[in-house]
Design a binder for this molecule. Sequence first.
Ligand SMILES: [Zn+2]
Length: 108
Amino acid sequence: MLEKEQIKNRIETEIFETKVLVERYRELTKPIAPENAIGRVSRMDAINNKSVNDSALRKAELKLANLHIALSKIDDADFGICFRCHNPIPLGRILLMPHVITCVNCAR
Ligand SMILES: [Zn+2]
C-alpha cells in the first residue's frame, strides 16, 4: 500500500531527525563546569540553560521512543486507528505526528 510506504518513510525521517536532536541535547546537558572554572554568573546561566535543555532532551527521547513504537506497529491491522474511539486517524495527522495514537478529538 502506497500510503503505508509514505508513512514509513516519514517515520524513518522523523526518527533520524529526533536522534540528531537527542544527541545535541545530550551534548548540552553534560555536567556543568565548577564555578571557579567559568565564573559565578555564567555558571548560573549554564544551570538555567541546562534545566531547559534537560526537559527538551526528555521530550525528544520520549518522541523517539514513540516513533519506534509507531514504526514497529505499522504493519498491525489497527495501525492508524485511534486508541480511544477506534476511528481512523487522518493520514495528515499521522504524517505530521507519526507517534500519536489518538485522533484529534480524543487527544483533547
Ligand atoms: Zn479518537
